[in-house]
Write a protein that binds this ligand. Sequence first.
Ligand code: ZN
Length: 228
Amino acid sequence: MDILNIRSKNVYKKFCFYKSTPPTAQAKWEGNYPSLLSEWTKIYSLPFKVTLDTNLRAFQYRFLNRIVYTNYKLFAFKIVDSPYCTFCKNEAESPEHLFFFCKVADMFWKEVLSWIALSSNEVKDISDVSFGKFNINKDFIIINHVLLLAKFFIYRYKLDKKEPSLDVLRLNWKLLTNKNFMLLGTMMFFQSIMLKGMHLFRFFLNPSFQYITWSTRFCRSIHNIHNI
Ligand SMILES: [Zn+2]
């Protein structure tokens, strides 16, 4: 470290680097998906790049740390009466089954992918749904936001013992987008009062502002195509 240009922020980062240990769930994921070994930084940061919604961010944090409990685990803890899937009731409800392999989830994903004009082949395995889709150049933010929102919906509907529905997802997408508009509008108002010149310019380079730009474009295209 350059002692002449040393800053407290850099020292703090260095200390954190030596003190931090990877979450235990990470080793378990890597056992199932060895290709994740060098991908964790972008996997952990993805929710902060693609959504402003704190519920979605918190949900993905819990999912990555394997603390989104399904019936299989809850049954072992004697919290529910059956380990079977809430939707199909045919197989044990592991996270993999609930979010991807269940026939109800499979049908829901097909509808969601069709809505955002992606073919099922483009989201071809469970790792895209679990960790995010990185190998895309176009509409990266919107596609990953919708994948995260749809996964959250499956879980929320499982808790309510209902099957997830694309219509409700689309309605929530509109509400969420409006909420983000209001939030970002408020942020812009205070930014404009408190900051001037370069600071304001930096705000327009911020992922939050880029998000709203993407959201607007996506909603407009969805309006044109599907007339929601
Ligand atoms: Zn099922």
